[in-house]
Design a protein around this ligand. Sequence first.
Ligand code: HEC
Ligand code: HEC
Length: 205
Amino acid sequence: MPPAFRWSWSLDTMLKHSSIPLLVLTSLWLVAVGMAVMAADGETRDWRGWLRKFPNIAPAIQPTYLEECGSCHLAYPPGVLPADSWKQILAPASLANHYGDDAWLPENLVAEVRAYLMTNAADKSARIRELAFAVPGAARSDASLPRITETPYFVRKHNQVPARLVTDNPEVGSFSQCNRCHIGAEKGVFDESQVDIPGFGSWTD
Ligand code: HEC
Ligand code: HEC
């Protein structure tokens, strides 16, 4: 039996018995063509924007945390460090010696902050970007505290950003000042398209 015959037979059968799958395939194809046309027109900013926002980070919302941990730097989203790292940072001895600063708080406030950070830490989340932060930084031989800026994900994402734009930039100072460059940081938006580095501008790879 020649293959051409089988093909026309199966097409015929499909047309007779499978009008629903055909209709679905045709609609999908029309949607794809529509999206391609929209993309060419530059009308797709909305759905692309939605796709970009999806893997962002849940912003910090707990009032005590925002108040007590947001005065010297961004109140970092809880999902940028795993629970164990937050626990180390909030230990009483650590808070009094906080990356060279004194961030001591009374225990009742620490307890509130701890409960909030531990339940919303990177390793408690299902969001793509928070999960990326869930891997702790390299083990430290000294007693220094864990850093977001030392997590493998952070390092990988920022290895193209030269020191002259960060530590040598008086308007930034260090990578710990997320919101100097990420204009949407307080809302949990860390997309590279929303970066504006002081004295340099937006980021294009
Ligand atoms: C008195 C000011 C001050 C307060 C209040 C404060 N911090 Fe900090 N924090 C600092 C400084 C200074 C650094 C180091 C920044 C640098 O290296 O440029 C830092 C760094 C950090 C880092 C590491 C950032 C990195 O580089 O990855 C974390 C996490 C952090 N703080 C969490 C907290 C938490 C949680 C609280 C509230 C309990 C808090 N901070 C309150 C001053 C403060
Ligand atoms: C000096 C400016 C600067 C600072 C400060 C900074 N970033 Fe960034 N960040 C960038 C740039 C530029 C990129 C894009 C890099 C690239 O694509 O090569 C980026 C990328 C990212 C990304 C990945 C975005 C994407 O679209 O994939 C995340 C997440 C992020 N930063 C989080 C943070 C956090 C959290 C902090 C603070 C602890 C921080 N950044 C501090 C400049 C900065």
